[in-house]
Design a protein around this ligand. Structure first.
Ligand SMILES: [Fe+2]
Ligand SMILES: [Fe+2]
Length: 199
């Protein structure tokens, strides 16, 4: 596990100020959620590590990310390339593993922070949610999901509240992509269907 203070400094050197502000805000949202869900000190630290590393490759061009994946022997699917906004989750997880020797729980959460996946762990879900609702996010979708989690659904039991919020976020993402006539990554659909059937 990385030292969180040092890791923050390293990310500061790699990211522009806009992305660093978002990264810090995701880390802070993760800490709030960790307290709300009563995570252990170790899981809280893992979640904070994942937050600091989650967008480490987002500024890279798609071609650069494809090359990086090729060098690391990661096979990108046609669906990955058709939804380029999701690529940085795959390459970010690889960078966390290769450059920072991050633990599996960290790389796994980073790998699914854009599309989700079936049977997500609590850490996966909390990173996903924090990335969506951290307070610097002003998009209408983000405001709606944040409001749902902290206000509309606040009476639900915690796990139900988390799953219902993720389900809402998947539905909003899918609807938005559909209306804009853009490809929907099949993993997003699978994540949505899994939650619908299992929560
Ligand atoms: Fe991201
Ligand atoms: Fe992000």
């Amino acid at each position: 596990m990385n030292d969180l203070y040092l890791l923050e400094q390293q990310m500061e050197n790699r990211l522009d100020s806009y992305r660093m502000a978002h990264t810090r805000s995701v880390r802070d949202e993760c800490l709030r959620l960790a307290a709300l869900f009563g995570l252990s000190a170790r899981d809280t630290a893992l979640l904070a590590e994942a937050a600091l590393l989650h967008d480490s490759t987002k500024a890279l061009q798609i071609a650069e990310q494809a090359t990086m994946a090729q060098i690391l022997g990661i096979e990108l699917t046609r669906d990955d390339l058709d939804s380029p906004a999701t690529l940085h989750a795959i390459t970010g997880a690889a960078m966390a593993r290769v450059d920072f020797e991050a633990p599996v729980a960290v790389t796994a959460a980073i790998a699914c922070h854009t599309t989700g996946k079936e049977n997500m762990t609590l850490l996966d879900k909390l990173l996903f949610l924090a990335d969506y609702i951290e307070p610097t996010r002003k998009f209408e979708d983000c405001v709606q999901v944040r409001r749902y989690f902290y206000e509309v659904a606040s009476d639900l039991p915690l796990e139900k509240r988390l799953d219902a919020t993720l389900l809402l976020s998947f539905d909003i993402t899918i609807k938005g992509l559909f209306e804009e006539c853009r490809p929907i990554h099949p993993q997003t659909i699978k994540s949505r269907n899994f939650l619908l059937k299992n929560s």
